[in-house]
Design a protein around this ligand. Structure first.
Ligand code: F0G
Length: 429
């Protein structure tokens, strides 16, 4: 989506947005998305849908800094789990929903690994503007997310297959049944997700960090972040663009394989996407499917691949992959620091640790990791990490190559006996 900024009223300084804090009684100033309406002016403000999304914070993550090797005070966590549906998706959903209403849609659909569906279901149930139809792969979605979709009353279609199968089907069904598609192929979603970066800048007093580190799944966030910084630079509102690090799970490493192994680049607007087609062909021929404990990013064919390649160019970006072991260890460290996140989110912290070890990120640089989703989205993964039940550990984590839980906080089993309980507390505290 390209705006003709000349015909629009654009602030001449980012400080302009600070005045909106004083007007938090107005829903569009309260919203962490529509507070920045000037940068996503595709619909008149009074028509923009909000349920109070984007009240998220940038905070210093001291525990995560220590874990990753970043200098104390230089690592920040942007905690998007604080959104109404518990993930960053609400940023994009408020924008896609606005457009859906604009075009008179009465039903909206998505394929999802769980968070997009939870967000869509929530917007539908709160606003009652539309009915939600969600497509999910069977057994591929964590219970926290599934329970949200069910509770919020979405029509939930469980497809035998994975996210990519669900995505392919929803694309076929939408035109047939005139459903409005809210997956991040929808450019309005990305407009909303740009605001995550505006809030990061806001949290840093409008200073640009050195690195943004984000998990990569369908690559909507990374594409949106690149666009946000590119536009701000074009408008002369920032003088440099942070570097972008996109972190795949090893079990779902399409972007990493294409960019870092096969050298796919933006190539002045003509990326050789044939490389990707070949890669997918081979993937299908070998029957290779994404598999990671970070189910949110368990994706074979990221829908925003091309836009992401452009974002990597704009942001001098890098891509890395991290194992489920690295993800779960990083997640435990994030949790120990008081930020509950789901496995996919912790990929950003695991990726930061890797990039510091590689010397790509300098420990003194200012690094922002995006925590994309709330811890309670996937309690199964968290409990499996901390459990004393070997069978449960093996079934959920061991099967994915996680060998140990170095940062586990194990529950202490005691008989229902006062003396034994007191003894145990004395022993372990
Ligand atoms: N983190 C979480 C918690 C997610 O739910 C997702 C994507 C990502 C990261 C990846 O973000 O797609 O912008 O690269 N979840 C989608 C869903 C696919 O259906 O909820 P991305």
């Amino acid at each position: 989506m390209v705006y003709d900024w000349n015909g629009l009223r654009v602030p001449d300084s980012l400080k302009y947005f600070e005045a909106k804090w004083g007007r938090r009684g107005e829903p569009h100033c309260f919203s962490g998305v529509w507070r920045f309406h000037e940068f996503l002016p595709f619909a008149p403000l009074e028509q923009c849908v909000t349920i109070g999304e984007g009240q998220t914070l940038l905070q210093c993550g001291e525990g995560a800094a220590e874990y990753t090797g970043v200098t104390p005070g230089r690592l920040y966590l942007q905690y998007e789990g604080m959104n109404p549906s518990g993930s960053f998706k609400d940023n994009g959903m408020s924008a896609a929903f606005t457009h859906a209403r604009f075009v008179g849609a009465t039903r909206a659909a998505c394929a999802s690994t769980g968070n997009t569906s939870a967000s869509l279901a929530l917007y539908c149930s709160v606003t009652r503007l539309m009915k939600a139809v969600i497509f999910i792969g069977s057994g591929k979605i964590s219970y926290g997310k599934l329970s949200q979709a069910l509770d919020f009353g979405a029509l939930t279609v469980q497809i035998q297959g994975d996210f990519d199968d669900a995505m392919a089907r929803v694309k076929e069904v939408c035109p047939r049944l005139k459903l409005y598609l809210v997956n991040s192929v929808n450019p309005f979603r990305l407009e909303g997700q740009k605001t995550i970066m505006f809030r990061v800048l806001e949290g840093l007093g409008w200073e640009v960090p050195d690195w943004i580190v984000v998990p990569g799944g369908n690559l909507g966030n990374s594409s949106a972040f690149g666009k946000a910084f590119h536009e701000l630079q074009q408008l002369g509102l920032i003088d440099r663009i942070p570097r972008l690090a996109i972190i795949n799970a090893t079990g779902a490493s399409t972007l990493y394989d294409l960019v870092e192994r096969q050298g796919l680049r933006w190539n002045r607007g003509s990326p050789r996407m044939g490389v990707a087609s070949q890669y997918y062909g081979q993937m299908d021929a070998e029957g290779r499917r994404a598999d990671t404990i970070a189910s949110a990013i368990e994706i074979n064919r990221p829908v925003n691949l091309t836009k992401c390649i452009r974002a990597l160019q704009w942001c001098d970006g890098v891509v890395r992959e991290v194992t489920d072991q690295q993800i779960m260890d990083a997640k435990a460290q994030v949790g120990a620091g008081g930020f509950g996140c789901e496995p996919a989110s912790a990929a950003s912290v695991a990726g930061t640790k890797l990039l510091v070890e590689e010397g790509v990120i300098d420990p003194d640089q200012r690094v922002v990791c995006i925590l994309t989703g709330h811890q309670l989205k996937d309690p199964t993964a968290t409990v499996a990490y901390h459990t004393t039940d070997q069978e449960q550990f093996n079934k959920i984590l061991g099967a994915r190559g996680v060998r140990r839980a170095a940062f586990a906080n194990r529950a202490v089993a005691v008989p229902n006996n006062l003396d034994e309980i007191i003894k145990a507390i004395r022993l372990y505290s």
